[in-house]
Ligand binder design. Structure first.
Ligand code: EPZ
Length: 419
């Protein structure tokens, strides 16, 4: 077992290159098994979720290898069509295999996905979308069985703009005869990244990033390509929030400001100063910030749910009250109780969190129970007086690679230790 040991109270200063977007590389890896060729993903970070996804696609018969930070996936010989529970249950992204396996193998047996416990996380929209394309789908004993004998392109409107469901249906439609139009599609940058990769492989997708995505089905994808995924906008947002909570001046490279517009607007209103170039963000933050007042998480381009816990941590040391409404997941406030051990003044009711900023937080022994909640505890520890230990590092490693080293690069005092 490991924990982070954080000595708080230091301003953050320095420069950091932002790693690959976890929520881009995971669907990209799933999509690569549709290609009867070799894909080289460049500049890939070895998050633990990426390592698990590699095992899943190897279990399907793809050959996965690394060359430095390039991840090479040879899916010319794909033999399998089943993803079993012991692997699928480790991450949410295993559900992204459903569309690609069905499209390539014409049959699929995928165990229900795992993922952070931040809500029920149903997959009904994924399944309804595939059925709308003619797939036969049976949900039994914790597995999804699907067959593609009668799949044809068609129109489908998502009842909610689900990121994963948009990606799954888009991938399935790429190798489905006819035209498919997805309405009320999610617009996240990671979906644009996925469409760019698939089009580079020979797919015919238009409209990604808007609420209507059109796919013209093709017989097969056989181009071997190189592709560099996006930088991780959630890691970039996390570092900006850490600097806002601690004070200081940081520069983030491989970070597109337009992918964090809503957050940057809130930070600017709270007296942070920005200097923005194409894929570089410089931020200065001095003194105690004003609270955000109110924040509602929303689908892109709104405030991302994946930054909600980190925003709560900042609001606990900002001046004034803040009402944070979580609209995407029904139980994503597990970090609140841990922050209260550090002296935070938080009230919770249903999907609303009310913070009253304190002059300071105090170091404590706290425990992460999900990925982004863990990042929030790290931010609080960096801003607190005294030292903080954060257990549950295995959750944080899913989406932050060697976070302690990245924080030290920015002048923070944080180390990983065995317990
Ligand atoms: C993706 O999850 C991300 N994960 C999540 O990031 C992110 O929080 C989420 O999108 C929202 O942006 C990956 O990309 C691997 P959704 P996903 O489908 O696709 C409901 C992180 O910390 N819903 O957009 O699972 C669902 O219950 C993770 O990096 C249905 O009801 O999210 C939730 O309330 C956490 N039925 C809402 O939609 C469905 O079939 C948003 O879910 C699918 C979703």
């Amino acid at each position: 077992m490991e924990r982070f040991f954080i000595q708080g109270g230091k301003a953050l200063r320095g420069e950091l290159k932002i790693d690959t977007a976890k929520n881009s590389i995971l669907p990209l890896m799933a999509a690569s098994i549709m290609v009867e060729g070799v894909t080289t993903f460049q500049n890939v970070t070895r998050y633990s979720d990426v390592l698990v996804m590699s095992k899943i696609i190897e279990s399907l018969g793809a050959v996965v290898s690394w060359d430095g930070d390039s991840l090479i996936i040879d899916s010319r010989e794909l033999s399998g069509s089943s993803v079993l529970n012991e692997l699928a249950g480790k991450l949410r992204a295993s559900v992204f295999l459903l569309g690609p396996v069905l499209a390539r193998q014409k049959t699929a047996k995928i165990a229900y996905p795992g993922g952070c416990e931040i809500g029920l996380r149903p997959i009904d929209i994924h399944l309804d979308g595939l059925k709308a394309l003619g797939a036969k789908v049976i949900d039994k004993n914790g597995y999804i069985y699907a067959s593609a004998d009668k799949m044809r392109g068609g129109d489908y409107a998502l009842r909610f703009a689900s990121v994963g469901a948009t990606e799954n249906i888009m991938m399935a439609a790429v190798l489905t005869k006819g035209q498919t139009r997805i309405y009320n599609a999610a617009k996240e940058p990671e979906i644009v990244d996925l469409a760019c990769y698939l089009n580079k492989c020979g797919a015919k997708i238009s409209g990604a990033g808007s609420s209507v995505i059109t796919i013209e089905g093709v017989k097969k994808l056989s181009r071997s390509v190189k592709f560099r995924p996006l930088g991780d906008r959630i890691i970039a947002g996390t570092m900006l929030l850490a600097c806002a909570a601690c004070g200081g001046e940081i520069t983030l490279k491989n970070a597109k400001a337009e992918h964090n517009e809503a957050l940057i607007a809130k930070l600017s209103q709270s007296a942070c100063q920005f200097d923005i170039k194409s894929d570089k963000i410089k931020m200065r933050s001095y003194g105690r910030l004003k609270s955000f007042g109110s924040v509602e998480t929303a689908t892109y381009p709104g405030i991302p749910t994946d930054l909600q816990p980190q925003i709560v941590a900042l609001q606990c040391v900002s001046d004034g009250c803040c009402m944070i409404v979580e609209n995407l997941f029904e139980s994503r406030f597990k970090h609140a109780a841990e922050l209260m051990k550090m002296g935070a003044d938080i009230t919770l009711k249903n999907n609303v969190c009310l913070t009253r900023g304190r002059d300071k937080l105090y170091g404590a022994e706290v425990k992460a129970s999900d990925l982004r909640g863990g990042a929030a505890l790290v931010i609080a520890g960096l801003a607190a007086e005294g030292y903080t230990t954060v257990e549950g590092v295995e959750f944080i490693d899913r989406g932050y690679y060697e976070l302690e080293k990245q924080i030290c690069l920015l002048g923070g005092d944080m180390k990983r230790e065995k317990i």
